[in-house]
Design a protein around this ligand. Structure first.
Ligand code: M6R
Length: 616
């Protein structure tokens, strides 16, 4: 969703902030803006609805001098008020001396706005965020800059990451965070940066501090200092080193990040296994004390919490954990979790699965599970994110930065992580014989290579995509552990091509969805022969054919029986049933990509979507 960049240092601020915002485009946005402190310290606000290109043109037209070396930038994803120039951030106070950018929602903004209007403040936008600029203006009548911001923030209810600038102190940016949304401080040499997300910082520094709830960073070119918003007391923050490189967050010659990330999956999976999975002994090592604590041998229930693609990974995880640990596993849509008084307690291991580690629904569920006494672990792709800071046990997927809004390598590495977790726990709790652990570990370690082979099929998938891109609806069906893959395949297609697509368990067809089947309905059937319910899937495929449905079958290489039933065939290598989701999802990602490309969609930033959903 919205993105924030702030800079205080010796370099020209405008191009640096624009580059930073471009790195955050993937988060999803509909307007963008800058606040720059000009040579004579006047605040200059430039903001435009639409893509960053519009803002770049406006900055060029404004002839911003290179001597301006501090400022803030923002990409907005509209919540309150339409995506117009006026509603774009930064927002100013009445005097035009204070500017703020804000991610999140000010829940009590109507009440605060009324109070401020009664005092004579004039509002220029329909946003909730503007109240903060006016609150600061009020506080500046009585307090210096830092204290004025702190006192203003203390009046706000809701979730926020904010950065504020003031022409009275042009080289002191103030950032703060509460509830949801991230704010990262970058420690440069003679320069300090702020950003909502690490990719905006990578070109400048890899030394960062993450703000926690109710923390404020006072940022000057010589470095940041930190304090608690509620108490005003100083806070000492840890400095972490980011492992990602600036190159990893570039397209690297691919036309889209999504394609690059699809192609990176063999490497990402291999990295996720490296130093953890030993195929010779079948043992798994997970980093961190939590995984060796007595609780790991004792818990009686697992609750998996996630959203979107991560939720579908959790559905696969349930199959593995229940099958090999014989422990009950609930999978919960995180956005629903806290509203139904869920049953979990001290003997529950709650695992949140999240690529970004910043999805607010998932974080709220994490906190709810913690409040109910569960111990918390996370499968997460972003070290330092809120999920990794709030969980006791952390299993990092090593996918590297995922920029395309449609999740791909994060998903397959999440499945890899579930396998690591399953083998690790099965080894600890002795629920699998060592021979079986070794067999699975060996098979797993072969997957990256098989996946690389599978990706060579891109041409044939492109052909299928061109044949099917004009259809308006798709169904995806799968059974057992392949049902979540049907859901994920359908999600990929709808997200980036805007074609209506739904995933169903094959057995559900006759209970309703089959009414939709006719010659205008392509059905993607996930039918690997290794499946325990392969025969039943063949029956479902026959049912589709009998009603003239257009059948695209995903089958194991050489399975002539299943292939003969289909109008189009996608082949995957033969592996055991539990492992095949890691492979079967890959051609479905490519198919969605090729269809979206054929339709000329904005693949990396599909309409209405944001990479990281930081408001409820
Ligand atoms: O960062 P997270 O894994 O917590 O994100 C959860 C979902 O928002 C995310 O998976 C979303 O569904 C993707 N756009 C799917 O491609």
């Amino acid at each position: 969703m919205c993105g924030i960049v702030g800079y205080a240092g010796p370099k020209p601020a405008a191009p640096l902030l624009l580059n930073g915002l471009a790195k955050l485009e993937y988060r999803g946005y509909d307007s963008a803006g800058l606040a720059l402190l000009t040579g004579n310290h006047h605040l200059n606000i430039i903001k435009k609805a639409g893509k960053i290109g519009n803002l770049i043109a406006a900055v060029k037209a404004a002839k911003v001098p290179a001597s301006i070396t501090s400022g803030i930038g923002h990409t907005r994803w509209a919540t309150h008020g339409q995506p117009t120039d006026q509603n774009a951030h930064p927002h100013m106070d009445c005097s035009g001396r204070v500017a703020v950018v804000h991610n999140g929602i000010v829940e009590n903004y109507q009440h605060l706005k009324k109070q401020l209007q009664d005092k004579g403040h004039q509002f220029r936008s329909q946003t909730d965020s503007e109240v903060l600029a006016h609150l600061i203006e009020e506080q500046l009548k009585k307090h210096p800059w830092k204290e004025a911001v702190r006192r203003s923030l203390a009046q706000i209810q809701g979730t926020y990451s904010v950065v504020a600038v003031y022409e009275g102190e042009p080289h002191t940016l103030i950032g703060a965070r509460s509830g949801g949304g991230a704010l990262v401080v970058g420690w440069g040499k003679g320069e300090t940066l702020l950003a909502s997300d690490v990719p905006a910082l990578l070109a400048h520094t890899r030394r960062v501090s993450y703000l926690d709830d109710n923390e404020m960073a006072v940022v000057t070119p010589t470095g940041p200092s930190f304090l608690n918003v509620l108490t005003g007391k100083p806070v000492v923050k840890k400095v972490s080193e980011i492992e990602w490189t600036a190159e990893q967050a570039e397209k690297g010659g691919y036309p889209h990040f999504m394609l690059k990330e699809i192609m990176e999956q063999p490497r990402a999976l291999e990295d996720t296994f490296t130093s953890r999975l030993d195929p010779r002994t079948g043992s798994v090592v997970l980093e961190g004390k939590f995984w060796d604590s007595p609780f790991i041998g004792k818990f009686k229930k697992i609750t998996l919490l996630a959203m979107g693609t991560s939720y579908y990974a959790a559905l696969v995880g349930k199959f593995l954990l229940e099958k090999y640990l014989r422990i009950p596993v609930d999978v919960e849509n995180a956005s629903e979790f806290r509203y139904r008084n869920p049953i979990l307690g001290k003997d529950t291991l709650a695992i949140v699965i999240t690529q970004s580690g910043e999805t607010v629904d998932t974080l709220v569920a994490l906190r709810e599970a913690k409040a109910k006494g569960a111990r918390i672990a996370t499968i997460c792709n972003v070290m330092g994110s809120s999920a990794t800071r709030e969980a006791e046990g952390v299993l990092i997927t090593r996918a590297g930065p995922e920029i395309g809004v449609a999740s791909t390598k994060a998903f397959t590495t999440q499945l890899g992580a579930f396998w690591l977790l399953t083998l690790f726990l099965a080894g600890k709790r002795k629920t699998m014989p060592v021979s079986e652990l070794k067999k699975k570990a060996k098979e797993l370690s072969r997957l990256p290579q098989l996946m690389a082979g599978l990706l060579k099929q891109r041409k044939s998938l492109e052909k299928i995509a061109h044949e099917y891109a004009h259809y308006f609806n798709f169904l995806y069906i799968g059974r057992g552990i392949h049902y979540p893959i049907a859901l994920e395949g359908a999600l990929k297609l709808k997200e980036i091509s805007y074609i209506h697509a739904e995933g169903y368990p094959g057995g559900e067809m006759k209970h309703g969805p089959i009414a939709l089947i006719d010659s205008k309905m392509p059905v993607v059937a996930i039918a690997p022969k290794s499946s325990a319910v392969y025969e039943k899937m063949l029956n479902n495929m026959e049912e589709v054919k009998a009603r003239q449905g257009r059948l695209i079958a995903l089958v194991e290489k050489g399975d002539k029986l299943a292939a003969a039933k289909a109008d189009a065939v996608i082949e995957i290598p033969s592996v055991s049933e539990d492992l095949s989701p890691i492979l079967s999802v890959v051609p479905l990602q490519v198919l969605a990509y090729e269809i979206a490309k054929k339709k000329g969609r904005e693949i990396d930033q599909p309409r209405n979507l944001a990479k990281s959903v930081t408001v409820e």
